[in-house]
Design a protein around this ligand. Structure first.
Ligand SMILES: [Zn+2]
Length: 121
């Protein structure tokens, strides 16, 4: 455990997160026009491809910018893009994600934290 790697999310962090999700939704909606512009089933397949890639990118962005704190042992950790994709999450009490703690191996609603930017200090 290395203290200082993660911090509590601020209002600004939540705003950035909301903007990323909003941009994702706008992009998915805008590109859905492809389904009608191209011949079928190419248009539909192209759009599904875009949606899949964007979803993975969104999960990757979340995984690289977030950390989680175990409510049982207090361990702070990050998760992989794959786990980010498949884990249930919610926005109650500042944000939580149902993940397994790598230290005590217990699954629980872990508090969402923000990963500190690497400043080279
Ligand atoms: Zn734990």
């Amino acid at each position: 455990m290395s203290p200082g790697r993660f911090r509590e999310p601020t209002a600004r962090d939540r705003k950035t997160g909301n903007l990323v999700v909003a941009g994702f939704l706008v992009g998915v909606t805008a590109t859905s026009g492809l389904v009608f512009l191209l011949d079928q089933p190419d248009g539909l397949l192209a759009w599904l491809g875009i949606v899949t890639v964007s979803t993975v990118l969104l999960a990757w962005w979340n995984a690289t910018h977030s950390g989680y704190r175990c409510p049982h042992c207090g361990h702070e950790f990050s998760i992989s893009t794959l786990i980010e994709l498949v884990s249930p999450h919610g926005s109650g009490s500042g944000g939580w994600k149902y993940v397994r703690c790598p230290r005590c191996d217990r699954k629980s609603r872990s508090r969402v934290l923000v990963r500190e930017e690497r400043t080279g200090r």
